[in-house]
Design a protein around this ligand. Structure first.
Ligand code: S3P
Length: 184
């Protein structure tokens, strides 16, 4: 009797905190794998017709999260395959998103040190989640709350500390190839 082979995943889903390099490294990873690159934040901006800080200002975080979930539903409806999908750092906070992400493909958590993240984020004004009275405290709290969520969702973790975006993308491509072609 023929043994059934496990099905290869459909896509690569990148998760991780703001500033970890999902978009930069994800685009390079897509290039190395010959996949399309999709960024959920860009799709949200296109759907809402305004930049993310303005979506938060006009409609609040709850409506941003609804848009984010609707993007996952769109990707399912369109049966997207062979894509690297970079996601916003807060996508894991909505329990209903977790299964939607799992069924889209193999999930890779991109990490780097909290010092590096904070250095990248502290002067950036495009992250409304950090527009608070004490951004450093908010950063610490969000990071502490989200790390266990990334960890429990990830099939694979890549630490990009000390690596250039090209090095991180190359390392990731070698690791995820195994999921797509386990016998190679
Ligand atoms: C958010 C992260 C952002 C973006 C939005 C909310 C978050 O994406 O989705 O500002 O809650 O962490 P990046 O992780 O690409 O910065």
């Amino acid at each position: 009797m023929p043994t059934s082979q496990p099905k290869p995943p459909l896509n690569v889903i990148l998760i991780g905190f703001m500033g970890c390099g999902k978009t930069t490294i994800g685009a390079r990873l897509a290039n190395l794998l010959g996949f399309d690159f999709i960024d959920t934040d860009s799709l949200i901006v296109a759907k809402a017709g305004k930049p993310i800080p303005l979506i938060f200002k006009d409609r609040g975080e709850a409506e941003f999260r609804e848009l984010e979930t609707s993007i996952l539903d769109d990707l399912h409806r369109e049966s997207r395959q062979r894509c690297v999908i970079s996601t916003g750092g807060g996508i894991v906070t909505q329990p209903s998103n977790l299964e939607k992400m799992r069924s889209l493909g193999v999930i890779v958590w991109l990490t780097t040190s909290s010092q590096t993240l904070w250095q990248r984020l502290k002067r950036n004004r495009d992250r409304p989640m950090l527009h608070t009275e004490n951004p450093r405290k908010t950063f610490d709290e969000l990071l502490a709350a989200r790390q266990p969520l990334y960890q429990s969702l990830a099939d694979l973790t890549i630490d990009s500390s000390g690596l250039t975006p090209d090095e991180a993308a190359y390392g990731m491509s070698e690791s995820v190839r195994f999921f797509f072609n386990p016998t190679a």
